[in-house]
Every structure is written in C-alpha cells, then in structure tokens.
Design a protein around this ligand. Structure first.
Ligand code: PLP
Length: 442
C-alpha cells in the first residue's frame, strides 16, 4: 500500500468540504447514498447554535439531552483547561487518579445509599452493556447460569450496541432489522397509566404473570424509569416502578434503571427514580453527566452485585475499556455535577415545565395532534403521522430554532438555562411546525 498524503480525499475536502463530508461521513441513522441535509455549525454558546452562514438557532435539543448548562460554560471550560495541564489521559488498568475517585464519591453521594460501586464507561450504550454484563455475571457467580435473560417493557430504548439493542423495543424501535440475531429477551407491554393517572393493576399484570412462570431464567429487569425516551417519548406513573420493585424482590430478579437520558434533573427530580422512591440494584448514567462536553457514562451498583461478582470465580468483573475514567471527562463531569447542584436547577426546570405547558397548549387543538405531554424540562407533541425529516428541521431552522423530530414526535428538552422569551420562541415554532406537518402528507 502506498500512502499519498495529502491525497485525493484531502483535495476533495479542500475543494468543497460539505460535499466531501456528505460523500464520506456517516451521521447518526444516515444513508451514504441518500443523505439528508446537515447544517454546518461554526460555534456554540449558551443556548445558541451558530451556523456557518451566521444564523443563530435557539437549541431545543440540548444535543440529545446532554447540554444541561448550555454550551461553552466558563466553569466547565476552566475545568477542562485545568485538567489538560496535568493529564489528558492515562490508562486505568493498574493506575488510578484523584479526578476519578472524586467523581465516584460525588456519584455515590448523590444517588441512593445502596449504590456504592462505580464502573466508568464510555457512553450510554456501553453503560447499559456493562449493567447487563454485571447482572449476568452476578448470576454465573451465584451458580445460577440459567438466569441469563433480560426482561423489559416495550417502547424502551437503551442504545445501539448489541446487548443494548436486544432490550430496545423489538417492533417500534430502530433495531427491528437485527431481531433475528439479537439475544432473545422477554418483553411485556409498557405501562399505559400516565404520570398522574390512577393506578391500574392491568399495567403490571403481564410482568407478574411472566415472572411467576419464567422468573427463574430472568437475570434482571431493565427499563427507563418514568420517561421512555427514544423509544417513543412516553411518560408513565411511578406506582408501576414500586409494583415492579416488589415483584423483582419476590422473584430475586435484579432491577436495572437506565437513567442515561433522565438523570441529572431532566424530569424535575435529580433522578427519575425519585418520583417513585425505588432504588435499583444497578443504575446507568450518561449524557448530562459531563454537561454534554464529552462522552462519559457510569454504571453504579450495590454491594450484593459487586461483592457477588467479586467473591466468585473468576473473581473479577470482565470489562475494561481503553478510555475508562478518562481524566478530562471525569474532571468536566465533576465540575458539571457541582455546577448543577449549586444552581437553582429545580426552580429552572419547573419554570421550563410551566413554559412548555403554556406554549405547547395550542398544539392540542390541531386535528392531527394525538397528544401533548410535558414533564420537567421535556415537551412532546405526538402527531398521528410521521414527521417529514427533510422539511421539519428546515422549517425549524427558518424559525431560528433547532428541533429534530423523530417518527411522529416533535419534542424538546432544552438546556436548563433557557430564558422564558427564548422558550416562548421555541414553543411558538413547535406549534407552527406541528400545524404545517398536517399539510405535508405524501
Ligand atoms: N439509554 C438511554 C435511555 C438513552 O436515551 C440512550 C441514548 O439516547 C442510551 C442509553 C445510549 O446512550 P449513548 O448514545 O451515549 O450510547
């Protein structure tokens, strides 16, 4: 192989970088032959995304739930710079460092008391892989290898790696394609009771039945507490989690909460599990952990699981990514969590919740809108038809905001620092685009 650098690719890039990137770079869930429009970004600051052509967009997505403090926050910038001076990275095998220990202490302090052991992972998907592996290895260690299947509710989303995909919604989700080769898990219906609805026992009946008959082969139940995100932006009642926790205890099944999306205040509580007062055996965190600065996730567990794994053959937990506990990432995460805890985040999220309820109310009048729902800093408009993924983002950009719908859902989860006038512009745009979407058929 002869390497010519700079070569044809570099020349193509220099000629027209956007044409080059369209032809050569995958975007999330994208086609290499039928690319959709991507908007080139020059910089980001506060609640704004600035495009290369100079337009400034109000960000409704917080870069997929993560940028809770807004972009380019001086406190997080300073934390990154400080850490860079000492150490950008060092392997975590056989070595350790104070920034990782500091963040672990913080996470242990802010999560329920039984969660005392922290595994740092690279991304939300990997945190879920680690959680699943922990559950399965725990049961191997107990001499119960038959307990190897997962139980979950439909409409969930847990990431794009293989074990994570195996517990994503098998029909409505993005992973139908791989169904035949994914590990077979148990799925039961997602709860239908909304957050403030009266409890209906029908919501837990299928899980109760399944655990009664197949509980002996279930390693763990995994689900997103209170808010199911990318699987459908569904909100459900806390009682479901309490009933589920009781069943898990009865059948000795581990309980895994995936709070990758809901963690760090998004639903109005620091963690969504607090709405129900239920503590899982294993907890996955990610996304907002670093305030959206870099990729880092964590899987926390209790002594039962951690000691159960460690006290049996092979005596170690079998996972260890190259960039585990990356010092830059854990330092920024530490700064982000401190910034959150020192801020009036609960009041801010409550204000955003009120602004979303008020601003999105007109959507409920639209004939093709099936549902409008708001919880904490999450606002969802559900249509009776899919949203056109070429026209909708363009319509939002024209209105000076950044919103990226999926399926039949137009939704936002803005940074917590969003002022009320910007939020009003965001919700106005959602109402207008939701109205337009009714005319986009075909
Ligand atoms: N779990 C949940 C609940 C998520 O919402 C996501 C991502 O949207 C993931 C896991 C996967 O996280 P990541 O994209 O960082 O791999």
């Amino acid at each position: 192989m002869t390497i010519a650098y700079p070569g044809a690719a570099t020349r193509a890039l220099e000629h027209d970088w956007l044409a080059f990137e369209r032809a050569h770079i995958w975007h999330p869930y994208s086609s290499m032959t039928r690319p959709v429009t991507t908007y080139p970004v020059r910089r980001t600051e506060g609640i704004h995304i600035e495009l290369e052509d100079g337009r400034r967009l109000i960000d409704g997505m917080a870069s997929w739930w993560s940028v809770i403090h807004g972009y380019s926050h001086p406190v997080l910038n300073a934390a990154a710079r400080r850490q860079l001076e000492d150490m950008a990275h060092v392997m975590f095998g056989g070595l350790t460092h104070r920034p990782a220990a500091r963040l672990a202490a913080t996470l242990i302090d802010i999560t329920p008391e039984p969660l005392q052991h922290v595994f740092f992972a690279d991304s939300g998907s990997v945190a879920v892989e680690v959680a699943i592996k922990m559950a399965i290895q725990y049961w191997f260690a107990q001499g119960r290898p038959e307990r190897s299947r997962l139980l979950t509710i439909r409409s969930g989303y847990h990431g794009d790696t293989f074990a994570a995909m195996s517990v994503c919604d098998p029909q409505g989700g993005m992973h139908q394609l791989f169904t035949g080769i994914l590990p077979k898990q148990h799925f039961t219906r997602a709860p239908t009771c909304r957050v403030d609805d009266d409890w209906s026992d029908a919501d837990i009946a299928e899980i109760r039945e399944l655990l009664a008959h197949r509980g002996h082969e279930v390693a763990a139940v995994i689900l997103e507490p209170i808010v199911q995100g990318a699987g459908g932006m569904r909100f459900y009642c806390p009682r479901f989690l309490r009933e589920l926790a009781t069943l898990c205890e009865q059948h000795e099944v581990l309980l895994i909460f995936d709070e990758v999306a809901t963690g760090f205040g998004r639903t109005g509580e620091l963690f969504a599990m607090e709405h129900a007062g239920v503590v899982p055996d294993i907890l996955c965190l990610g996304k907002a952990l670093t305030g959206g600065y870099m990729t880092l996730a964590a899987t926390l567990t209790n002594a039962r699981v951690a000691h159960g794994i460690s006290d049996a053959d092979p005596g170690v937990f079998m996972h260890g990514p190259t960039f585990m506990a990356n010092p830059l990432a854990v330092s920024v995460a530490q700064a982000s969590v401190e910034l959150l805890l020192e801020s009036p985040w609960q009041a801010r999220v409550a204000e955003i919740e009120a602004g979303l309820r008020h601003g999105l109310a007109p959507c409920a009048e639209l004939p093709h809108v099936r549902d409008v729902r708001v919880l904490g800093a999450i606002g969802v408009v559900e249509l009776d038809r899919p949203v056109d993924m070429q026209r909708a983002p363009a319509a939002f950009v024209e209105r000076g905001v950044w919103v990226r719908p999926f399926r039949n859902l137009i939704y936002v989860m803005p940074p917590y620092i969003m002022p009320s006038d910007a939020l009003a512009q965001l919700t106005r745009a959602m109402v207008e685009v939701a109205a337009l979407a009714g005319e986009w058929e075909g």
